[in-house]
Design a protein around this ligand. Structure first.
Ligand SMILES: Cc1cc2nc3c(=O)[nH]c(=O)nc-3n(C[C@H](O)[C@H](O)[C@H](O)COP(=O)(O)OP(=O)(O)OC[C@H]3O[C@@H](n4cnc5c(N)ncnc54)[C@H](O)[C@@H]3O)c2cc1C
Length: 216
């Protein structure tokens, strides 16, 4: 089922690239793990903060220090707008004007609420951890009561959401196809580098499965 477009999620600029399909929105949220959270921080005014997230069904989870201004402000029920962006390629045209970018992005609006129940909080943290590095939660020591207390976890319903996607090559003006200028797409993606062992690894500890198979 699609998300219902609202006045603030209606894609007006190049609307054919807009998409309200739930599966499309979820797939983009699942492919990325950093979002940018916009909110008004009281007298300080508008601010946009980058942060990690996880998704479970139609819920987005954020977490961090219980002292975080962003999390404390959102926990008060302040309206937020959250953007997630994946850059897939540079679109190089024959003219400066027609250059573009291939991307998949999502914009959400809503209010977050603190997750206070201990079991639900642990589960939300598992969701965030496994979203970033699938399987990591099962490999590591779970949080203690003290660590849980020091962590603020927020849930935000994914209700007001839009996706916008651009794919394909450049679209030049007809007369520019005669120009001797290279045009096409330079694909871009995030790839994992070679893992670096921590200096204090216990003898015989091999690479964790979640690292070896990072987001494959
Ligand atoms: C990729 C990424 C993932 C992150 N994931 C998390 C996460 O999951 N949980 C979490 O709690 N934090 C995360 N952070 C850190 C986060 O961006 C904030 O710095 C942190 O949450 C503190 O928020 P705050 O509202 O208390 O910041 P404050 O310290 O109150 O912010 C005050 C001012 O400091 C500056 N500032 C704050 N953060 C940044 C920043 N990241 N870059 C540049 N200037 C900044 C801004 O000018 C801001 O207005 C992440 C950062 C990055 C880049």
């Amino acid at each position: 089922m699609d998300y219902q477009p609202t006045p603030r999620t209606t894609v007006r600029r190049l609307p054919k690239r807009g998409d309200y399909d739930r599966a499309t929105v979820h797939a983009i949220l699942d492919a990325a793990f950093v979002c940018h959270v916009g909110f008004v921080a009281g007298d300080a005014g508008p601010v946009v903060i980058p942060t990690l997230y996880g998704r479970s069904g139609d819920t987005l989870y954020l977490h961090g220090s219980a002292a975080s201004r962003m999390l404390k402000t959102l926990a008060e029920g302040v309206e937020a707008s959250i953007a997630v962006t994946l850059v897939d390629g540079l679109v190089m045209a024959r003219s400066a004007f027609h250059h573009s970018i291939n991307y998949r992005s999502v914009v959400l609006f809503g209010k977050a609420a603190p997750v206070t129940d201990e079991e639900a909080k642990n589960e939300a943290l598992r969701v965030i951890s496994d979203h970033i590095s699938p399987g990591r939660w099962a490999e590591v020591r779970p949080p203690t009561q003290r660590e849980l207390k020091a962590t603020l976890v927020l849930s935000m319903p994914i209700e007001e959401a839009s996706a916008k996607v651009r794919t394909g090559g450049p679209v030049d003006d007809e007369e520019d196809y005669a120009l001797p200028v290279w045009a096409g797409v330079l694909p871009l993606r995030t790839i994992a580098g070679t893992p670096v062992d921590d200096g204090r690894l216990q003898a015989g500890v091999g690479l964790a499965k979640s690292v070896a198979e990072w987001r494959r």
